[in-house]
Design a protein around this ligand. Structure first.
Ligand SMILES: Cc1cc2nc3c(=O)[nH]c(=O)nc-3n(C[C@H](O)[C@H](O)[C@H](O)COP(=O)(O)OP(=O)(O)OC[C@H]3O[C@@H](n4cnc5c(N)ncnc54)[C@H](O)[C@@H]3O)c2cc1C
Length: 327
């Protein structure tokens, strides 16, 4: 690891000022950053530790209008255990958080850090490979190399996948996020956090250098909204998902009145599948319907040499999430 200056701000203003310096990274728990620095994938001059600002930037609160605010430094364990998260609207978010990594990872890892983590592609994560996304080579080595865990859709010149468990449920809930940078405070749709057409040259997210995420906001949902999250993994211990799906369903009597479906771990960004979701509207839940919807969710997928297994497994994961949400 190369030497760097470790900055411990006393206030958000101090953190903003420090984050505005060139070649500076802000840090939550540091689980992902430290890995990247050890590999010399990133060699920042300054690290701004946000953890002393937990009093302002962590915790879950229900606002007067019923909207829920989750501070950026809230840990995954806090999400799993918080009283406000017992609402069935948050079933998917709680499941996604509680199936992330190990208890140690969840006790330390923050929600912002989970969403903003770097891809797990082994070519970009090792300095030895001349990878396009890492800015070290002319092509995406995974496209023709070992691509078992890579994208099956949504890619152009780089087949990395977005690894975050909690991003798909937040997208399905149409969440928003707040940031600060300089004198500005911004609040945007969660979907804007990811590049619309992710290319190798794009980072995993659209934040500007020096921009600090302060909170995630989830609008009060209708009483008939249910959510679910399902994923597949290579093994049942700590492991990133090979495919994931989060759904939000609103029932009207025995018919589906509204639906959102978002896939994870299959593309460089979390992938909303609006055409598949539209097939559910006005219909009664059934195994036959869910089979067709799952097929549609993977329509247009283009598997690589070693990851065609993601299609049948991913479709089963979509069906699983739909069945859980309509049970
Ligand atoms: C063994 C292991 C297993 C894992 N399994 C899974 C898994 O199954 N699913 C999954 O989704 N994840 C998994 N993870 C990833 C883990 O959840 C994340 O690494 C962790 O949540 C990152 O949080 P952090 O606070 O440590 O982030 P950091 O490492 O501190 O930061 C990560 C990134 O986010 C940026 N960042 C952090 N906070 C802010 C902020 N407030 N504003 C702006 N930028 C910010 C940092 O600059 C950095 O780029 C696993 C990790 C390990 C070590």
């Amino acid at each position: 690891m190369k030497p760097f200056t470790y900055i411990v701000p006393k206030s958000l203003d101090e953190a903003k000022e420090a984050a505005a310096q060139p070649n500076t990274l802000v840090k939550g728990a540091g689980l992902d950053i430290v890995d990247r620095m050890k590999e010399r994938l990133q060699t920042p001059q300054n690290i701004v530790n946000l953890l002393p600002l937990k009093a302002d930037l962590a915790g879950i609160s229900v606002e007067a209008n019923g909207d829920v605010r989750i501070g950026a430094l809230t840990t995954l364990t806090e999400i799993e255990n918080h009283e406000a998260m017992r609402d069935p609207v948050f079933t998917a978010l709680v499941k996604a958080a509680s199936t992330t990594g190990t208890p140690q990872v969840r006790n330390r890892g923050t929600i912002a850090g989970n969403i903003l983590q770097f891809t797990r592609c082994w070519y970009v994560r090792s300095e030895a490979f001349h990878c396009l996304h890492g800015g070290r080579g002319p092509t995406c080595l995974a496209m023709t190399g070992q691509n078992r865990y890579h994208a099956v859709m949504g890619w152009s010149d780089c087949v990395r996948v977005h690894p975050s468990n909690v991003a798909p449920p937040l997208l399905a809930l149409d969440a928003e996020y707040s940031t600060v940078i300089g004198k500005e405070t911004r609040r945007r749709k969660f979907s804007e956090l990811f590049p619309a057409e992710p290319r190798a040259e794009n980072p995993e997210h659209t934040l500007q250098e020096g921009e600090i995420v302060t909170a995630i906001h989830i609008k009060k949902q209708a009483a008939n909204v249910r959510t679910a999250y399902a994923e597949s993994r290579e093994k049942e211990s700590f492991d990133w998902a090979t495919t994931a799906c989060s759904v939000r369903i609103a029932m009207d009597g025995n018919k589906i009145a509204a639906a959102d479906i978002v896939l994870g771990a299959v593309a460089p960004v979390p992938m909303p599948r609006p055409k598949a979701a539209a097939m559910l509207i006005g219909k009664e839940p059934s195994k036959r319907l869910f089979l067709r919807v799952a097929d549609m969710a993977f329509q247009g997928a283009a598997p690589l040499a070693h990851n065609a297994f993601k299609l049948p497994i991913g479709k089963a994961v979509v069906r699983d999430a739909l069945e859980q949400a309509t049970r």
